[in-house]
Write a protein that binds this ligand. Structure first.
Ligand SMILES: [Zn+2]
Length: 431
């Protein structure tokens, strides 16, 4: 560990923290909402490419759908559209013998949504230690940190022995992930990768998996209740929700335990995200709806497979239908709106995690927690390609909700450690 170099790097980030905040605010002010299957990342990606060019890099701006082999790959998810949605990647060649590294992030955000914000979702307002806006944490903070690294290396006169690759991909939200896959198939790979997701200053070498399912209940002429009312979708919904805790218990009992999730009371939660029936209001006739749709989401541990996950659900669900055969005479329809996102992990005892933790400790003065990240993301694609990868980024709040924010101090801290790690892993020397 080169302490003089780390000191210099930390000082540089502190001195230039306004630049870091400006990069983030600029990114937040250019919306890049993912509205699957479409998205609007182009303008933000132009900004990213422009910053890289100004810092002396030579970014490649390319469309995921032009990447040979993408649509044939086992991890490809069809049905998404990539017109005007380019990936950006740039390589800074090392002097030769050093280890290479990818800094990757997704530029798309979830939409601002219809729930009210107290701040402008695209204003990048700063108040105290917080910068607000859609993507301020997830994960334009990480893209800003990566761009800051891109500017810092030449500014510091830092020469790396290993190659450094910077990447900004489209379409990660809503289980997109094809942008990340395209990057791997383009060959922007290395000995390790850091995804600068807002991990809350924790090192996360693991992600939970997630399965999202839409169930549509439809009324049939199933029978008559004691009250004289015809059975309908609300009765189906009631029976389904009453039975759901048995599925949740089955998940808890059967999911394998994982050391990076041992701190959670329930590592594999099952949740109903939303329920939709007929519209309300006096413009509608007063009747009972004849369809009802429910979104179910359940999380999974690294190592669980799709076949097993789906078989387990089917066994439980068929039991519920069988026990209430008359009520479910009209079979509910099942649809998977997004891809299966597998849980994934690398060994926390691997050199990447150990060396990153050392750099954090010596740069920031605390030993970082090592824990799995709560939700699914695109890290598993790197793992599938055999690239040791972890998440590292700042603390934020209200992710995927109104008034999303990032804590500026923690962004400065995470960027210090990131830049120091780049210099350490790729063996940087001052020219
Ligand atoms: Zn994210």
């Amino acid at each position: 560990m080169n302490q003089a170099r780390e000191h210099e790097v930390a000082y540089f980030v502190e001195e230039n923290r306004d630049r870091l905040v400006t990069l983030l605010r600029d990114l937040v002010r250019i919306p890049s909402e993912n509205r699957a299957p479409e998205g609007a990342e182009a303008q933000c990606q132009q900004y990213v490419a422009g910053v890289l060019r100004a810092a002396g890099w030579d970014p490649l701006v390319y469309s995921p759908c032009e990447v040979p082999g993408l649509a044939d790959h086992a991890l490809y998810w069809p049905g998404r559209h990539y017109a005007q949605r380019p990936n950006v990647a740039a390589v800074r060649s090392g002097t030769g013998a050093g280890r290479s590294l990818v800094l990757s992030g997704h530029i798309d955000t979830v939409p601002a949504g219809s729930a009210p914000w107290t701040r402008d979702p695209f204003g990048g307002e700063v108040e105290g230690n917080r910068l607000y806006g859609r993507g301020s944490a997830d994960m334009k903070s990480g893209i800003a940190a990566n761009l800051f690294v891109a500017e810092a290396l030449p500014a510091l006169g830092m020469q790396l022995a290993g190659d450094l690759i910077l990447e900004s991909v489209v379409d990660e939200e809503f289980g997109g992930v094809n942008g990340t896959l395209a990057g791997r198939l383009m060959g922007f790979n290395a000995d390790a990768a850091i995804l600068s997701e807002p991990s809350g200053l924790r090192i996360s070498p693991a992600q939970r998996g997630g399965r999202t399912l839409h169930i549509t209940f439809t009324a049939g002429n199933a029978g008559v209740l004691d009250t004289g009312h015809a059975w309908g979708v609300i009765d189906q919904l009631r029976v389904f929700l009453q039975a759901l805790p048995t599925f949740a218990q089955m998940r808890r009992r059967s999911a394998p335990s994982h050391p990076l999730y041992a701190h959670l009371e329930n590592p594999v939660p099952v949740s109903v995200n939303r329920i939709q029936t007929a519209p309300w209001g006096t413009s509608e006739p007063t009747n009972v709806p004849d369809t009802c749709r429910l979104e179910l989401f359940w999380q999974t541990m690294p190592g669980e497979t799709l076949d097993r996950i789906d078989a387990q659900f089917a066994a439980w669900f068929e039991g519920v239908l069988g026990d209430n055969a008359a009520l479910f005479a009209q079979r509910p329809r099942l649809e998977y709106p997004i891809r299966w996102l597998p849980g994934s992990a690398i060994d926390p005892a691997c050199p990447l995690v150990g060396e990153f933790a050392e750099v954090v400790t010596s740069t920031l003065g605390f030993e970082p927690p090592v824990a799995g990240i709560e939700g699914p993301c695109d890290m598993y694609v790197f793992h599938e390609f055999g690239i040791p990868t972890l998440l590292w980024g700042p603390r934020g709040g209200n992710l995927h909700m109104p008034d999303e924010y990032v804590e500026i101090d923690s962004l400065v801290q995470s960027t210090k450690a990131l830049l120091a790690f780049v210099c350490s892993w790729c063996e940087g020397e001052f020219r």
